[in-house]
Design a protein around this ligand. Structure first.
Ligand code: CAA
Length: 258
């Protein structure tokens, strides 16, 4: 299907999904979220794709959920349509690694979308924020929850209560993003990280994603048990044999996702 609000480009084993509603700073309307979910699921199911990058434009990763689309909704509309719920669940159900490459504004739903990805690489122009308070609401896709996990209570409260933006440097110091690079180098850096990930066993990288995400859901004891079981399980794969043999033979491993 041809997409209207995103573009999708798969080269080698990396799929880049670019949010593309320039007139609205990539605001996340229902069509964009639907197309994004579909593209992510197609990449997740593709034999070719081994890592996914979600990005936006130089000016905006995404300036939030589409306010125009929501402005006239009632409580009953939002509850009845379970607004954002299905899309959030579909995005976080993706099993392959997903990198957010963020330049410019990542606000509201944009910041929340970036946080639903596995890690964020930011351009030095990036600005993160949860300004929903200025609209008389609160975040609805994880901005009070994932942000608190990422940066701790003090900054999550500050951002959500004041609606202020965090620049890339503060986001790096706070643990919201893993790297900051000059804006011109953003996609090279993201592709470089994706290529490194794509060279590993997909079985192992999907296990990393699954187990790290698990740590946010369960107690430490349960998480450690889950990690151990998953670790043991990887000894049933040919990639474990290949990875350890390659180390012993002092050569690059050739993983086959088996
Ligand atoms: N929804 C709909 N349209 C948006 C939008 C949004 N979230 N953000 C920007 N736009 C539109 C603007 O209305 C404008 O359209 P027109 O040219 O047709 O007027 C266009 O994008 C360009 O925006 P600006 O003229 O405002 O650009 P700017 O450079 O002056 O300001 C900005 C940029 C600071 C990001 C400003 O656009 C802004 O504050 N946007 C809203 C940010 C926001 O409140 N996000 C939270 C949304 S609610 C949410 O996300 C809920 C949730 O948790 C799921």
């Amino acid at each position: 299907m041809a997409f209207e609000t995103i573009t999708v480009d798969t080269s080698d084993d990396i799929t880049v999904i670019t949010l593309n509603r320039p007139d609205a700073l990539n605001a996340l309307n229902q069509q964009l979220l639907q197309e994004l979910c579909q593209a992510l699921e197609e990449a997740d199911g593709s034999d070719q794709t081994r890592c996914i990058i979600v990005t936006g434009s130089e000016k905006a990763f995404a300036a939030g959920a589409d306010i125009t689309e929501m402005a006239d909704k009632s409580y009953v509309d939002m509850v009845g349509q379970a607004y954002f719920q299905a899309q959030s669940e579909r995005i976080t159900a993706i099993r392959k690694p997903v990198i957010a490459a963020v330049a410019g504004y990542a606000l509201g739903g944009g910041c929340e979308l970036a946080m639903m990805c596995d890690f964020i690489i930011a351009a030095d122009t990036a600005k993160f924020g949860q300004p929903e308070i200025n609209l008389g609401v609160i975040p609805g896709m994880g901005g009070t929850q994932r942000l608190a996990h990422a940066v701790g209570k003090a900054k999550a409260m500050d951002m959500n209560l004041t609606g202020r933006f965090m620049d890339a440097e503060e986001a790096l110091a706070s643990g919201l993003v893993s790297r900051v690079v000059p804006a011109k180098k953003l996609m090279d850096e993201a592709r470089g990280a994706a290529a490194k990930i794509a060279a590993k066993s997909l079985l192992a990288s999907m296990a990393v994603k699954d187990t790290v995400n698990r740590s946010f859901e369960v107690s430490l004891a349960e998480g450690l048990n889950y990690e151990r079981r998953t670790f043991y399980g990887l000894f049933a794969t040919q990639d474990q044999k290949e990875g350890m043999a390659a180390f012993q033979e002092k050569r690059e491993a050739q993983f086959r996702d088996k």
